[in-house]
Design a protein around this ligand. Structure first.
Ligand code: KIV
Length: 263
């Protein structure tokens, strides 16, 4: 079974690391049988599952519930749970309590967005035996500061700041860092400078691994296609076709048929 320390082994060996998001037991049961290295219960669930327009609507209870469901379906996978908006800014006691709830719900590690102001908590968690994944670049919880979901680290100063913060997160004990929506050459520079692996999303091929939102991989929403995401199937059309087929069969009196009910 793969475990958190494998992240370092994969980086050292140059083995690309694969992550997908997951939010429910039905999907994680399928993913448990795949070779994907780890599942991220992202706060993106607020958007893709709950229909909000940003991730700031995610709460600790929401992520705990999705983490527990994901764990029930995937007993063998590494699961990383997102710390929701401001849940790590409520002082040591409340922040630690939120982490305890996420780990008890079934996560092996937590992910924290941004660096500034989080280093002390990250160090304390790591000292307490909780693996922490960092997250830099276009951190969606900062959507209001960024004025939208916009690419980050575009100029030299911002790129240098991101590199410095990545090194700080590594120093604080993070086992890995998600680097979201920054120019590929900056992501490559950060990846080369760090001993720990980077996991890219919308940041080009020069990372130690990649993560995608499962809904984007499956094509569950044909109206939403981030330019960096690759769709491997058109699940929205397949689901529509399946449900239309069922409705037609009921209306035509073809469902249920013999063998699908008991007399
Ligand atoms: O919430 C999420 O899904 C994430 C990934 C996109 C990195 O943070």
């Amino acid at each position: 079974m793969k475990t958190i320390p494998d992240f370092q082994k994969w980086k050292t060996a140059g083995t690309p690391i694969t992550l997908v998001t997951c939010y429910d037991a039905a999907t994680s049961k399928i993913l448990n049988e795949t070779s994907v290295d780890a599942l991220l219960v992202g706060d993106s669930c607020a958007m893709v599952v709950h229909g909000f327009d940003s991730t700031i609507h995610a709460t600790v209870d929401m992520i705990c519930s999705h983490t527990a469901a994901t764990r029930r379906g995937a007993p063998d996978k590494i699961i990383i749970a997102d710390m929701p908006f401001l849940s790590y800014r409520r002082g040591e006691e409340a922040s630690t309590q939120a982490v305890a709830e996420l780990i008890r719900a079934g996560a092996n590690a937590v992910k924290v967005e941004r660096c500034k102001g989080n280093i002390k908590l990250i160090g304390q968690l790591v000292d307490a035996g909780v693996p922490v994944m960092g997250h830099l670049g276009m951190t969606p919880q900062s959507v209001n500061e960024f004025g939208g979901f916009k690419m980050q680290a575009r100029d030299d100063l911002a790129a240098q700041t991101l590199l410095d913060e990545a090194l700080e997160l590594e120093e604080a004990g993070c086992f890995s860092i998600v680097i979201e929506c920054i120019p590929a050459h900056v992501a490559e520079r950060v990846t080369d400078a760090l001993a720990i692996p980077t996991i890219g999303i919308g940041s080009g091929p020069g990372n130690s691994g990649q993560v995608l939102v499962i809904n984007d991989i499956l094509g569950l929403d044909s109206k939403f296609q981030p330019p960096f995401a690759r769709r491997y199937m058109d699940a929205d059309q397949m689901i529509s076709r399946a449900v239309e087929g069922y409705c037609e069969d009921v209306r035509e009196g073809e469902y249920p048929a013999e063998g699908e009910y008991r007399s």
